[in-house]
Design a binder for this molecule. Structure first.
Ligand code: MRU
Length: 356
């Protein structure tokens, strides 16, 4: 991959789904070839692919793969196979709503075109997955355009986790305003939380920004407060896994702590996400399912054990930032301020298939 080349996170090649294995970055750039639905589901579960929009795109291709490989005699049988695939894919990661949004969109299309028969369904479902990917990339660029003007003049931005090109079809959500500002030759310096325990910040965000030649400083998560107090940070921009009706936001564990710190230091706290991340079916953040992951990801760094054998550990993989702590939500359609309800409704309305 060249420095300036846009990253590819997930794509279709010949008759299968390809992914860059994000567990191995930045040390190895390995492509995963998913030949079966089980492989796609596993890739999502094990975080070979991760980031809310990226797992949505991957799930869409998973559905397309099922249709592509199907030997169904009729479209009823294919619909049954697709429904099973939807259930399998949705079960892999519960917090990021983009996954269920994407599989629902694929099912809606399948229902609409079922009468045409199996062969056209195959073709159109694959095209739909391509469209979801292309739309996601376009949405990220639009988020960049809407978000860049919000970055204060000095350009010192803190981000948490990885909401970059790797977490999307490309370009990113939280990183999009920084990329756009950088492309406009504005000063930008990104403070990157390492993001324990999976280290998406240290491994992925630092890698992406470095490739893009955007100046960065990597910090451990517990340094953010000190840097804010010292006046090193101008604003915070993070991504989202689910934004619910009142503006509460689920994102990577640790995001809530950063939002509290930003409030305490009077710094703007922005959330950047495509409107496929909005879930109006949930009234507030306490209703968002929070994924619990293996505690081995906490007791170990990679395969290296850092805690004594036998100690109890916990691993909630996400937290919820209440809307009171959020300055604005940036989507591809513009910037939403408090009270968030009306704006979120407007932006979500343009979605083709809201989650039911
Ligand atoms: O567990 P992950 O790595 O999938 O979590 C990713 C995040 O929390 C991102 O911030 C979020 O999905 C937004 S990605 C554009």
């Amino acid at each position: 991959m060249n420095n300036k080349q846009e990253l590819r996170t997930v794509w279709w090649e010949d008759d299968h789904v390809c992914l860059i294995d994000q567990r191995l970055l930045p040390n190895e750039e390995v492509i995963v070839y998913c030949q079966t639905l089980t492989m796609v589901a596993q890739a999502i579960k094990t975080m070979q692919v991760r980031g809310a929009p990226a797992i949505g795109c991957t799930a869409a291709y998973g559905m397309a793969l099922v249709a592509y490989q199907s030997t169904a005699n009729d479209s009823d049988q294919l619909m049954q196979q697709l429904a099973e695939a939807q259930t399998t894919l949705n079960a892999q990661r519960p917090t990021a709503v983009n996954l269920a949004w994407a599989t629902r969109r694929m099912m809606s299309l399948a229902e609409q075109i079922q009468a045409q028969g199996v062969a056209p369904m195959r073709e159109q479902l694959l095209n739909e997955a391509h469209t979801i990917l292309a739309e996601d990339l376009a949405m990220c660029h639009a988020i960049g355009a809407h978000g860049a003007p919000l970055i204060p003049k000095r350009g010192a931005v803190l981000t948490h986790c990885n909401a970059g090109g790797l977490a999307t079809a490309g370009y990113g959500t939280a990183l999009a305003p920084m990329r756009t500002a950088h492309a406009q030759n504005r000063p930008i310096h990104v403070f990157v939380d390492e993001t324990r325990p999976f280290l998406q910040g240290a491994r992925l965000t630092a890698w992406e920004l470095h490739q893009a030649e955007i100046p960065l400083t990597l910090i451990t998560d517990n340094m953010a407060g000190y840097l804010m107090r010292r006046g090193d940070i101008d604003c915070v921009i993070v991504g989202a896994d689910r934004i619910v009706a009142n503006g509460d936001v689920a994102n990577k564990i640790g995001t809530y702590s950063v939002a509290v710190l930003a409030k305490a230091h009077n710094l703007p706290f922005y959330v950047a996400a495509p409107s496929s991340t909005i879930d109006l079916a949930l009234a507030h953040g306490d209703l968002i399912p929070i994924e619990e992951r293996s505690v081995e990801e906490v007791t170990h760094i990679g395969t290296y054990r850092i805690a004594p054998e036998g100690v109890q550990a916990a691993h909630p993989a996400f937290d919820v930032t209440p809307h009171e702590l959020i300055t604005a939500i940036i989507t591809e359609q513009g910037v939403i301020y408090e009270p968030f309800g009306a704006g979120l409704q407007q932006h979500a309305q343009r979605l083709m298939t809201p989650i039911n």
